[in-house]
Every structure is written in C-alpha cells, then in structure tokens.
Design a protein around this ligand. Structure first.
Ligand code: F6P
Length: 350
C-alpha cells in the first residue's frame, strides 16, 4: 500500500505530531510506503514529494509548523484541468489513498478529489477549535496557552501604568480562544464574536475600574463586533475549494480608538496574530494530534475513504467530509463557561 500525506491551509501546532503518527501507524500496521507531498496541494499539482519513513518522522513531535510545508493558495479544484492533473499525479505516484491534513478549504478539496476518483481521508486542524464533530481540535490548547501568557504579561504592565490593556486573539467567527484564554488569563472583560458587545457597557466597566483597581484587561476575539456593528473585515476569498478564509484583525485597535477619548486612562492594544499558531505544541496537543494521526491511519486501513477524523465524547471516530465541510462550531450561548464568567464578575460586554 502506498499512501500520500499532505498538510494544507494555515499551520497549527501539532501538525508534525499528526504526520509522525500517520506514518508510524501505517508503517507498523500494514508496512505501507508513505509519501510526503510538499507544500500541500501545490506539491500534488507540481509533482513534489519526499519519502516519509520511520527515521524522517522521528524527533519531530515537539516541533511547531509542518515538516512538509503548506500552502493555502493552491487549489486543484480551480478548474477541471488542474483537478485532473492532481488526480493524475496521484495515480502516477501509485497512491492508494491521500491523507489530507488541514482546515475547511483542505477538506473541501479532499472531497472534490474523492469525487474525481482519488481515495482521501481528512484530518481536520485549526487552532480555533471550531470544527463540527470535533469537540477539541489539536493546536487549540497551545494557542490558549500562548494567549494566556500574553494576558498575564499585560496584567503587570497595565497595573503599573494604570492603563486599559486590550489583547486581540485569533478565532475568526468563533470565540473559543478568547473565552478560554480570557478566563485563564484573568481578563476583566471578554468580548466574543458570538455576543455582540455594548461599547457603553465596556466603557462603564473601565470607568468603574479606573476608580478602584486603576487598570482593566480586555480579551477580544478577532471576530467580535459591537451591537449593531458589522464585521468590518477585509474579505479575502482564496482559491480554497469553496471555503472563504477571512482576514480578520484590528478590532482591538478600533475599540482602543473609541475608548481612549472617553477615559482618563491611556488605552493600549496588542494584536497577538500568528504567534498563536507558531511554536511547539503543548503536551496535551502532542497527545491529541497523535490520536488524530493514528485514527487517520485506521481509517485508511478500514478503507473509510471520503471520511474525516472526529472527536466526540472523548472518542476518536469519523464522519463523511461532505457532512461537515463549511460548518463551524461556535460557542453556544448556554455554554457553562459563559455562565461561570458572568457569575465571577467577568463582563462579556453585554
Ligand atoms: O483558522 C485559523 C486562523 O488562525 C484564524 O484564527 C485566523 O483568522 C486565520 O487563520 C489567519 O490566517 P492567515 O493569516 O494564515 O491567512
């Protein structure tokens, strides 16, 4: 059996752990020959690959990024000609199946290639933790740890200067990172894309704290918006198989500009950006990503093609890619952590 592996879309801590687990599992269990495809679907269309053997995946568990490289621009589904070229390349390499590790765009393309005759298995990845049928995505724990550390750091500088400190997290339209890191990093106000915030309420809390505590820490998800506001986001529709990646960011600066003239304190904004995606995965993510990778290898052996790895109630499983592609799992408004936040006096801006 000869199996191709690629990583597509944005990077995420834990990708190397997945590559390692898929490869080791397939080699050990069915002596498969594993081929790493370079730079995602770009490498598939351009015929760039390298062997993945036991030695080449040893020692990569701790490393951030992806040893295979990635690309979120290459889209074999851009035309019938490119789709055929990708499938023909996989045939020329003698691939029995392709394991595609990536986000929504990568999954949609995997589905499209499956329909054109290439057997595929998907491994979903995102730091945003917003994948349908995956209660925890690898990379999320690492991102939360990074944001938490940043919040801890701005606490002391905010305290020293008596400032309002705003920290912006990634997460697109899902507030998981902002919520968990905001709680772990003792933010006073947590603003999520799921709950439109009232700027007047945020101002009121900052004013109250100006009198008593001198400083305020606000954790805001990049997709958060004020009541009645629109997402003032630059949309960047990439060639990504129907998915619509969004360039977010800047909400912390917009909130700072609105707050500062209305307060006595100075206000500072920090946009964490891609530091949340880089670096070594936490131990939790190493274990989780290893489980995702191993499960992908099981799906290949069971010939469950067209399926994506899932995690529900702590158990690895699978679901047809077409049933989940394009669907996001946002923070439900009755999530227990939202209640806990309110109960201990953390404002959600509403
Ligand atoms: O989906 C993961 C994510 O990190 C989002 O949280 C963020 O909005 C986006 O990727 C940024 O992607 P890039 O800058 O790589 O296009």
């Amino acid at each position: 059996m000869r199996i191709g592996v690629l990583t597509g879309g944005g990077d995420c801590p834990g990708l190397n752990a997945v590559i390692r687990a898929v490869t080791k599992s397939l080699i050990r269990q069915c002596r498969a020959e594993v081929i790493g495809i370079e730079d995602g679907y770009a490498g598939l269309m351009e015929g760039r690959r390298r062997p993945l053997d036991w030695a080449s995946v040893s020692g990569i568990l701790f490393n951030g990024g992806t040893i295979l490289g990635t690309s979120n621009r290459a889209n074999p589904l851009a035309s019938e000609e490119t789709a055929e070229r990708a499938v023909a390349q996989a045939r020329a390499w003698g691939l029995d199946a392709l394991v595609a590790i990536g986000g929504d765009g990568t999954m949609s393309i995997a589905h499209g290639l499956m329909q054109r005759g290439l057997a595929t298995v998907g491994v979903p990845k995102t730091i945003d933790n917003d994948i349908e049928a995956c209660e925890r995505s690898f990379g999320f724990d690492t991102a939360v740890a990074t944001v938490t550390e940043a919040l801890e750091r701005v606490q002391t500088t905010g305290q020293s200067h008596g400032r309002v400190m705003i920290v912006e997290t990634m997460g697109r339209y899902a507030g998981w990172i902002a919520l968990e890191a905001g709680m772990a990093g003792a933010a006073d106000i947590i603003l999520l894309p799921e709950i439109d915030y009232d700027p007047e309420r945020v101002l009121e809390i900052c004013r109250e704290r100006e009198k008593r505590q001198r400083y305020t820490v606000i954790c805001i998800g990049e997709g958060a918006k004020p009541v009645g506001g629109t997402w003032t986001i630059e949309r960047r529709v990439e060639a990504s198989g129907g998915a619509d990646p969004i360039r977010l960011g800047g909400v912390a600066h917009r909130l700072r500009e609105w707050l500062e003239p209305r307060l006595d304190s100075e206000v500072r904004a920090t946009v964490l950006g891609h530091v949340q995606r880089g670096g070594s995965p936490t131990p939790f993510d190493r274990v989780l990503a290893t489980q995702y990778g191993n499960q992908a290898a099981q799906l290949v052996q069971q010939r469950r093609f067209g399926h994506m790895v899932t995690l529900t109630q702590g158990r690895m499983g699978s679901i047809e890619i077409e049933r989940v592609a394009g669907r996001q799992r946002r923070v439900p408004l009755d999530h227990p952590l939202l209640n806990a936040a309110r109960q201990i006096g953390v404002s959600l801006g509403d």
